[in-house]
Write a protein that binds this ligand. Structure first.
Ligand code: ADP
Ligand code: MG
Length: 636
């Protein structure tokens, strides 16, 4: 197939007329059967790079992604486009998973989405070999690296898939954020047959990065939002602060609302929709706000609190200016923020014995006997857990994170599982039942009218929707379902909202629980390095912000000219170009010798007033240092 036919698929299903940068290259690479790592910023259009090749080829594409909510969202979208897709995740029963896999083997499904911990289950391994796979896509591929900021041990199992599938099936790894070290690690851990990285620039030229050192963040925010127009996001750290800041803005006449994971799904959807349409101008949110944002005209992203790594900051601030028009990414920063981050670092690494205590408490809480538990999924209510065992919340949370990093277990975010219904009698028997039990007739008809496929598998239903369609009350609908279930006509799984914990290893005795000091210190060190880089970004007033961020991701670039550091330089009324030329000369002189300022001016072959400006700027920013005799040295 040539690229033109891929483009036709793009247009046929998605209505887009052309590919975005790099999409074409990635598609070509995987359709040639090559393992490929695709790096594109958030919103760059990564999904298309596995969806189009999968549609162009026979067989089914396996997509591995860590976020269950995102997975459901994508599957829904594909199904709306009439592309048969299915998801398998820890929230499903064994029977449902079994059915889904059978469907993939015998049905004409194009996409199978799974969460990574499925891979190590026997039921999956037994069946994956029978799938006619076209491609394995690994989304959020940075999760495979212990160097990354969001390591998930179950990602390490992905390479083992190669044992069960044809070696002709290429792997496509995708991520929006990876440092050079993580990039290498991804290819290694996925057992790439050859190195193959395709990368777009991470340079977001239309975003001006600003760091504002302000003590009164509230006043700054109000002033700025009154001065500038457009819609945007304010990121804060805590749910409580979320509400407070939104109220502060509203009180000052700025249209604002708040958003965090503690709100009901309906409320969150409503708030997000009203921000997307522009009804709400500013959304004040925790980092729970981000998934599935599809709004291109975001004029600013302001961080009230500093994140703990560049990856998070870059991803969150990158939601600004997707339309390519000028936008701002502002970080509000005070010395107190730095102390808080460093303080968090201490809390983030509880003593090893404490981590072991919490491991044992958790096993007891979930009633996991020694030697068992592997690959078992439990529902988990963190608040109930800490309350029952009288544990400190933050330390417990971080200990659990640590156990996750060590590979003993994994946590998933809260997921909303809809209720599900499966008819376990044949159509004929159901008909006989309806005739004999007239009181159920209306309800059964309503079910059959509203949903299809219930005779062959579990089908998600929505009690609210049924309620609206019938004259019944909520209780009667529920009673009908329970009654039919106890009469063995249907199987009914009530929906619920829950977080899950998955044991990736059997429960071990305390002694055997290896939290090697090496590993512990190693992870801590990596975290410290990332933290340092983030603090460095905020603290520095000599590095172009954009250059600093891009350098972190291993990309060279020119000064942006629009961040706060560059702006300050611009105020010297020198062009960026001229400034750099003079700076280079000064630097090369000072590396050779140590003149005082007056001598230095004479040594530089540019108009004196300009040279003086640059020297003054360099002195102000400690790039050159005078000694006691006013002799200057270059401070590298
Ligand atoms: P990512 O996973 O890289 O963050 P997505 O795959 O979610 O990005 O795509 C981001 C947005 O870009 C989506 O709204 C998608 O429909 C849109 N998009 C993807 N490819 C194209 C294209 N070729 N032309 C126009 N829009 C596109
Ligand atoms: Mg994506």
């Amino acid at each position: 197939m040539n690229i033109e036919s891929y483009r036709q698929i793009l247009t046929k299903y998605w209505g887009f007329s052309s590919f975005k940068p790099l999409q074409e290259d990635i598609i070509r690479s995987v359709t040639e059967g090559r393992d490929t790592l695709g790096l594109m910023p958030t919103g760059g259009g990564k999904s298309i790079t596995f969806q189009v090749p999968a549609l162009a080829q026979e067989g089914i594409c396996l997509v591995i992604t860590p976020l269950i909510a995102l997975m459901k969202d994508q599957v829904n979208r594909l199904n709306e486009l009439e592309i048969k897709s299915i998801a398998i995740h820890s929230g499903m029963t064994g029977e449902e998973i079994d059915n889904a896999l059978e469907n993939c083997i015998f049905g004409d499904y194009k996409f199978l989405y799974i969460s990574p911990e499925r891979i190590s289950t026997r039921i999956f391994q037994a069946r994956v070999a029978r799938l006619n796979l076209s491609l394995v896509a690994i989304d959020e591929a940075h999760c495979i690296s212990q160097w990354g900021y969001d390591f998930r041990p179950s990602y390490l199992k992905i390479a083992s898939l190669r044992e069960y599938i044809s070696d002709k099936v290429p792997f496509l790894a995708l991520t929006a954020s990876a440092t050079p070290q993580v990039i290498d690690d991804i290819m290694k851990k996925l057992a790439f047959r050859e190195k193959n990285v395709l990368k777009t620039s991470f340079n977001r030229k239309n975003i001006s990065y600003l760091v504002r050192k302000v003590d009164d963040k509230g006043t700054y925010l109000i002033k700025t939002l009154m001065k500038t127009g457009g819609s945007g996001i304010v990121y804060v750290r805590s749910r409580k602060r979320c509400k407070e800041v939104a109220e502060l803005l509203v009180y000052n006449g700025i249209s604002a609302d708040f958003y965090h994971a503690g709100l009901t799904d309906e409320l969150r959807d409503k708030k997000q929709a009203s921000w997307t349409t522009g009804e709400t101008r500013v959304i004040v949110a925790t980092n729970a706000f981000g998934m599935g944002i599809d709004k291109s005209e975001v004029r600013f992203v302001i961080h009230w609190d500093i994140p703990d790594c560049i990856e998070s900051y870059f991803q969150e601030s990158g939601r600004a200016g997707r339309d390519g028009k000028p936008a701002f990414a502002v970080l509000l920063y005070t010395p107190a923020d730095k102390s808080r981050l460093l303080d968090n670092l201490r809390k983030k690494y509880p003593p090893v014995e404490k981590i072991k205590d919490i491991y044992e408490a958790l096993c007891n809480y979930l009633q996991v006997p020694l030697g068992s538990g592997k690959d078992i999924v439990f529902e988990f209510n963190m608040y109930d857990f800490v309350a029952k065992f009288r544990l400190p919340v933050i330390e417990t949370y971080n200990s659990l994170q640590f156990l996750q990093r060590e590979g003993y277990m994994e946590f998933t975010e809260e997921i909303n599982n809809p209720s599900r219904v499966h008819f376990i009698v044949s159509r004929d028997d159901l008909y006989k039942f309806q005739v004999a039990n007239e009181s159920f007739d209306g309800f059964i008809k309503l079910l059959l009218r509203s949903y299809t496929g219930m005779f062959s598998e579990f089908v998600p239903i929505n009690e609210e929707a049924l309620l609206r369609k019938s004259a019944a009350t909520r209780e009667t609908i529920y009673q009908y379902l329970v009654k039919l279930s106890s009469l063995n006509i249907i199987r009914y799984i009530p929906g619920k909202k829950s977080a899950l914990v998955i044991f990736t290893e059997e429960r071990l005795v305390r002694k055997a629980l290896m939290i090697s000091p090496d590993n512990y210190l190693n992870v801590k060190e990596k975290y410290e390095i990332r933290l340092d880089k983030m603090i460095g970004y905020a603290d520095s007033d000599t590095h172009c912000r954009s250059v600093y961020l891009l350098d972190y991701f291993g990309e060279e670039s020119d000064r942006c000219g629009t961040c706060d550091v560059c702006r300050e330089r611009n105020e010297l009324e020198l062009s960026k170009y001229e400034f750099d030329l003079i700076l280079d000369e000064i630097k090369s002189v000072l590396i050779e010798k140590n003149p005082d300022a007056e001598e230095l001016v004479k040594l530089i072959d540019y108009p004196e007033d300009r040279v003086i400006k640059v020297i003054r700027w360099l002195l102000d920013h400690n790039k050159i240092l005078p000694d006691r005799d006013h002799k200057l040295t270059w401070n590298s």
